[in-house]
Structure formats: structure tokens, C-alpha cells
Design a protein around this ligand. Structure first.
Ligand code: SF4
Length: 408
């Protein structure tokens, strides 16, 4: 079966490509070039196609899913519905508690958004991080592929990177859950990374189902003082090498990087460095430019993600106010999503210039047209609760600058 990349390399404009070109207001031939070259991917599920990569609007992913200590499938479905309603582009199901397969199937039914999974989560939760073997991991990858996930995250540090990491002096060590499960498996079984040793087999599965490969960011820094050590650089290079291999086989690839906690003054340079090494769509988690915004990490993350997106990151993974503290509730999912939609929009105004929507909102604001402002706002609901029905607001009342200037 031919993949989207194969078809793009043959110069064929397929349905998903046409849909993304329409949504992005782009010439399909430009998109064709991006997909053929690997700088753009299309995440698909059912009729939904979301383009991610160079020259496209910055996209936002929302993580949901149960944990071993909080298993509320209904709550996760509610979060999926909120994510879709408030403008998430994709969802990642990170469930590790309860009947994971049933929960995933429920999420599939609750939303049309493309869905990413991290197969090692299910393997570790169902079999145990010590007991699972390569065969178990491959079986779960195959099952999830057959169920129709849009993308998988695989963490691919090799033994050399882990040895280097163990000689280092990080404060926070490894903070990637999928990465730490992968490392634990490798250390306990004294083996090479199963995603690397079985890479050819995994590529065949990805090709067969035309699934996007997302290369995880195991070595991301867990605090700003850990930023950019040798294992991080080695992992970036390894991911680029694997991405080239996979893309050469016609598989779409996203690379996760510049995630975790990154000093504000280094975010833009790091994004550009990674894009120079390999121009694949770059997915960033956060990044958080400070460690002390706990309880407000979605706000700190919004700052980091705005800088990252403006410098060229293509795809943002949201953070919620509950980051580092617990599983978010549905309201926190909404807050986190809005913070990152704002970041994506700011990033796009750096990438592409100020948007028409900003201009229209300002024109409405100049007219004291509240309905117009709600319509053009990223999220009109909270403003509707706060604004007056008509005329100046309570900030200045009779001394409203807009009215004073209008009446001069
Ligand atoms: S009252 Fe002040 S804040 Fe409110 S609309 Fe007028 S100028 Fe703006």
C-alpha cells in the first residue's frame, strides 16, 4: 500500500492533502513539496486531516488519559469533548489505568480529532515495566495501529546515550515518562532500545497503516539548570538519523524536542538549531522557561511556547495549571488549551505577521462593539461574562478613552 509520502513523491494530490491545503489557504503544490520532503505531515483520523509543519499554522495537542491512581473514564471523555470544543488540533491518550483499550475506544467515539498514543505506556501498565518484553511492545504497537491511531510516540535513546546520561550530573534526571519506562526496560534486560532493534519491523507497521511516527524527547530537561547537556544533543542527532531512515521508507515523522524546561533566552536558538539539523515538523512540550510557576505552569508554558512557535516550532503540547501536581480536571484542560492556543497564535503572528482576526477584533473594540469582540476572540465565553451589555466598561466608565476621543 502506498503512503501519503509515496503519493506526494509521485506528485499526486490526495484528498487529505487537498483538505489541509484548503484549511491552511495554501497552494496544494506547496504542500505536496513539504510532504515529499518530510517538512510537513498530515495527521488523519476518519474524515479529519490536520497538517503540521513548515509554512502551516502552529498546532496544539492536548494530553488526556487515566493514571494508575485516578481512573475516571467518563472524566477523560469529558476532557476529550472539551479539547475538541475549544479548538485543540489533536489529542494524545496517555491512559495507564483501568481498561486501557476500552478507554481508548471510548475516546475514539467521543471525538473526531486525530489521536496519538505512547504504546510503551499500555505495555508497562498491563504487563509491568520489568516483565514486558519486545514481543509485548510490538504486539501493542500492532493492536493500536489496527485500531486506527493517527500517530505513535516512540522514545529512542540508545545505550550510548544512556551511558552518557548516567555519567552526568543533572538535577532532575530523566523526566519523560515514556523515556524512563524505555530506559528501565533496557537497563533491566541489559538490551538495546527495542524501538531501535525492531525499527524495521515497526516501520513496516507504520507504513501499512500510514501512521505518523513521533520520536519522543526522553532527554528533555526537567529544570532550566539541566538544559542542553551531551545526552540531549546525542538524542537530537539520533532522532534526526531515525527520522531520515523512516521518511526514506515513506513514513511521516515528527520530532519532539526543545521540551521540558528551557531558559527563555535559549528557546529560539535551540528551535532553530534543531530545525537546521533536520527539517522535520518539531513538536515541543511547553517549554517552561521557569521552574517556579508551579500552579500556573500553563501561563509560563504559554510564554515559552510563544517564543518556540515564533522561532519555528510547528506543534505545541499544552500544559495545564495542574502540571507537576496531578492529573488535570476538565476545567484545567480548558485553561491549558486556551493558554496554548494563545501561544500558537502569537507564534503565528511572528512567523507570518499579524493576523486578520486581530485587526477585526480591534475594529470592533474601537466601536465598543462587544458582540464583535466576542466573535473574533479566541475564546469569547469568559469575555461575555465580564463585559457590559453596551457602552463603556467599568474600567473607566465616563472617562472611557475610546468615547472621549470619538466625541472630540
Ligand atoms: S472604559 Fe476604558 S477599558 Fe473600557 S472600553 Fe472604554 S477605554 Fe476601554
Amino acid at each position: 500500500m502506498k503512503t501519503l509520502v509515496d503519493r506526494a513523491r509521485e506528485g499526486r494530490v490526495t484528498g487529505p492533502l487537498r483538505a489541509v491545503a484548503r484549511a491552511e489557504k495554501l497552494d496544494p503544490s506547496l504542500l505536496l513539496e513539504g510532504i515529499a520532503a518530510g517538512s510537513v505531515v498530515i495527521m488523519r483520523r476518519g474524515r479529519r486531516s490536520v497538517g503540521i509543519g513548515q509554512g502551516l499554522r502552529t498546532k496544539v495537542n492536548v494530553n488526556i488519559g487515566t493514571s494508575p491512581t485516578r481512573i475516571d473514564p467518563e472524566g477523560e471523555l469529558k476532557k476529550a469533548a472539551i479539547a475538541e470544543k475549544y479548538g485543540a488540533d489533536t489529542l494524545t491518550d496517555l491512559s495507564m489505568g483501568g481498561n486501557i483499550q476500552d478507554i481508548r475506544r471510548g475516546i475514539f467515539q467521543a471525538t473526531e480529532l486525530p489521536i496519538t498514543t505512547v504504546p510503551i505506556y499500555q505495555a508497562a501498565a498491563e504487563i509491568g515495566p520489568e516483565e514486558m518484553d519486545e514481543g509485548d511492545i510490538l504486539r501493542i504497537i500492532r493492536t493500536q495501529a489496527e485500531e486506527g491511531v493517527s500517530s505513535f510516540v516512540l522514545h529512542c535513546p540508545d545505550t550510548r546515550i544512556i551511558e552518557r546520561y548516567r555519567r552526568g550530573k543533572r538535577i532532575m534526571g530523566v523526566v519523560s515518562k515514556g523515556g524512563s519506562l524505555t530506559i528501565a526496560h533496557m537497563v533491566r534486560h541489559r538490551c538495546e532500545n527495542p524501538f531501535i532493534s525492531r525499527f524495521d519491523e515497526i516501520l513496516r507497521i507504520l507504513r501499512k497503516h500510514d501512521i505518523v511516527l513521533s520520536l519522543g524527547n526522553t532527554m528533555r530537561s526537567g529544570c532550566i539548570h539541566d538544559f542542553r547537556d551531551a545526552p540531549q544533543i546525542q538524542e537530537i542527532r539520533k532522532n534526526v538519523q531515525l527520522a531520515r531512515l523512516a521518511n526514506g521508507e515513506g513514513v511521516q515523522v515528527i520530532i519532539e524536542g526543545v521540551g521540558g524546561h528551557v531558559r527563555a533566552d535559549r528557546i529560539a536558538g535551540e528551535v532553530r538549531y534543531q530545525k537546521r539539523l533536520g527539517n522535520f515538523p518539531l513538536f515541543v512540550a511547553g517549554p517552561l522557561p521557569t521552574d517556579i510557576a508551579v500552579g500556573h505552569d500553563h501561563m509560563a508554558g504559554c510564554v515559552g511556547a510563544s517564543i518556540a512557535a515564533g522561532a519555528g516550532a510547528d506543534y505545541l503540547c499544552y500544559l495545564t495549571p495542574a502540571e507537576h501536581l496531578g492529573l488535570p480536571d476538565p476545567d484545567q484542560v480548558r485553561e491549558g488549551l486556551m493558554a496554548f492556543r494563545i501561544a500558537a497564535h502569537i507564534g503565528d503572528s511572528i512567523k507570518f505577521g499579524p493576523g486578520e482576526r486581530d485587526r477585526r477584533l480591534s475594529l470592533a473594540r474601537r466601536r465598543l462593539d462587544w458582540e464583535g469582540q466576542f466573535r473574533h476572540a479566541l475564546d469569547g465565553e469568559p469575555s461575555r461574562r465580564m463585559a457590559p451589555a453596551a457602552g463603556p466598561c467599568t474600567m473607566c466608565g465616563d472617562f472611557c478613552a475610546i468615547e472621549l476621543m470619538r466625541n472630540l
